[in-house]
Write a protein that binds this ligand. Structure first.
Ligand code: NAI
Length: 462
């Protein structure tokens, strides 16, 4: 048994960042992790491995579609799936070992095993009970189950199984046109699978700017993904080595079936709080199974905090990281803060999709007067040279004050471009501030400046 200032349960982006910051602030810190490696879902079976497959499959797409036009002759590229899996694993290893190194460097103790909280101020890991002034729960989330759909992680898979299929399927049904479904769906489409996405709603990526939703769906269709919209999946069952999916169209209630070599269930995730013993402690939960916290990530039980996917808000690694740093400040007696109005969201398909702040829809609902500045990548020289001119930048600004309220980008490097707008929003900048900032030529970021110009006197290149 050891005594700590703070013990964090879970070593995903929320937990490990929190642990490192606690240690940097001078607290004696431990982090509990039951997996063999640190990093949680994100590093082991989420963000990082999926990005490796997205990168590799995008390279294949470039070789197949754009190399010849650039005068590059390489012959027909072939996919070595086993080797691609090795590349993916080496990417995971490099990242998880990196966290282990950072723990050692910052003197964070890794308590190996699954943790629970027998009473406030105590954390049990295996047979050991450790003491801690503060306990921070950062246990993340797990795929939500869907009634009638039995996951075997071989033929009917969640995102976890989809990252390590035995072979590239000839056909794949994706249930849910959310972030996971579209990212992994586009990986397999590029690798040659016939991908059909079944979505309950009439739009892809719910909550996103409507214009982006439409454009995104069109671009994915151009890449070969098929969509069945307004369809509720009722059942998915394995038939020998294939799977059969039954769905009902919402428009006429008619029932249909579709077969595929693999089915990816991507209908959302839910907080993972099993086995922590929170109920016995009287920790309040929301109806959706999230741990309830106040504005300082404190639960109703003194000394117990919670962050990341286990609490309310978008299930995003970087939101968890921000909360991790802020909660660390809180338990160290400082003031931690997260600006929930400026949390970017990125979909790492090609083209990428990124957003921050308000959408036109949320502004209309709130009855706010706004203006739109939009610029197509067709007018961006760099994008044209790189065969990446699909998409646009759209900036929403207050009609009176010109203050930037939100931005939506679909196009090359959207996930990086969005951050200049995030920084601008953090400083309360106007669209004119962005427009008056010199942007290097030729860069994709000129499209951001042109969109900002479009909020005022107009862009130059359109
Ligand atoms: P999601 O909530 O983004 O999308 C789920 C989709 O499934 C929705 O469009 C929903 O309408 C649909 N759906 C639900 N039940 C259905 C049914 N019976 N039949 C047909 N469609 C149905 O969930 P997803 O993609 O699983 O992602 C989970 C979480 O992980 C999200 O919060 C997401 O933000 C996060 N994530 C973020 C990533 C990123 O930032 N790049 C990458 C991967 C995950």
């Amino acid at each position: 048994m050891a005594s700590y200032d703070v013990i964090i349960i879970g070593s995903g982006p929320g937990g490990y960042v929190c642990a490192i910051r606690c240690a940097q602030l001078g607290l004696k810190t431990a982090c509990v992790e039951g997996r063999d490696t640190l990093g949680g879902t994100c590093l082991n079976v989420g963000c990082i491995p999926s990005k490796a497959l997205l990168h590799a499959s995008h390279m294949l797409h470039e070789a197949e579609h754009n190399f010849a036009q650039m005068g590059l002759k390489v012959g027909a590229p072939k996919v070595d799936w086993k080797k691609m899996q090795t590349y993916k694993q080496s990417t995971i290893d490099a990242n998880t070992k990196g966290i282990e190194f950072l723990f050692k460097k910052n003197k964070v103790d890794w308590l190996k095993g699954w943790g629970s909280v027998p009473e406030p101020g105590k954390v049990k890991v295996g047979d050991d009970v450790h003491e801690a002034r503060s306990v921070i729960i950062a246990t993340g989330s797990e795929p939500a189950s869907l009634t009638g759909v039995e996951v075997d992680e071989k033929t009917v898979v969640t995102s976890t199984g989809a990252l390590e299929l035995g072979k590239i399927p000839k056909s794949m049904v994706v249930i849910g046109a959310g972030v996971i479904g579209l990212e992994l769906g586009s990986v397999y489409a590029r690798l040659g699978a016939e991908v059909t996405v079944i979505e309950y709603l009439d739009v892809v990526t719910p909550g996103m700017d409507a214009e982006v939703q439409k454009s995104f769906k069109r671009l994915l269709q151009k890449q070969g993904l098929k969509f069945i919209m307004g369809a509720a999946v009722q059942k998915a069952e394995t038939v020998k080595t294939r799977a059969k999916v039954t769905y009902k169209l919402r428009s006429d209630d008619s029932e249909h079936e579709i077969e595929a070599d693999a089915v990816l269930v991507a209908t959302g995730r839910k907080p993972y709080t099993d086995g922590l013993g929170l109920e016995a402690l009287g920790v309040e939960m929301t109806k959706r199974g999230q741990i309830k916290t106040d504005a300082h990530w404190q639960t109703n039980v003194p000394g117990i905090y919670a962050i990341g996917d286990a609490i309310a808000g978008p299930m995003l690694a970087h939101k968890a990281e921000d909360e991790g740093m802020a909660a660390a400040e809180q338990v160290a007696g400082k003031q931690g803060h997260v600006n929930y109005g400026v949390i970017p969201g990125v979909i790492y398909t090609h083209p990428e999709v990124a957003n921050v702040g308000e959408t036109e829809e949320t502004l209309k609902d709130a009855g706010r007067a706004y203006k739109v500045g939009k610029f197509s990548f067709m007018g961006n020289g760099r994008a044209k040279a790189n065969f990446a001119a699909d998409g646009f930048v759209k900036i929403l600004a207050d009609k009176e004050t010109d203050r930037i309220l939100g931005a939506h980008i679909i196009g090359p490097a959207a996930g990086d471009l969005i951050h200049e707008i995030c920084v601008a929003m953090e400083f309360g900048a106007s669209a004119e501030d962005l427009a008056m900032t010199c942007h290097a030529h030729p860069t994709y970021s000129e499209a951001v400046r042109e969109a900002a110009l479009a909020c005022g006197d107009g862009p130059i290149h359109s």
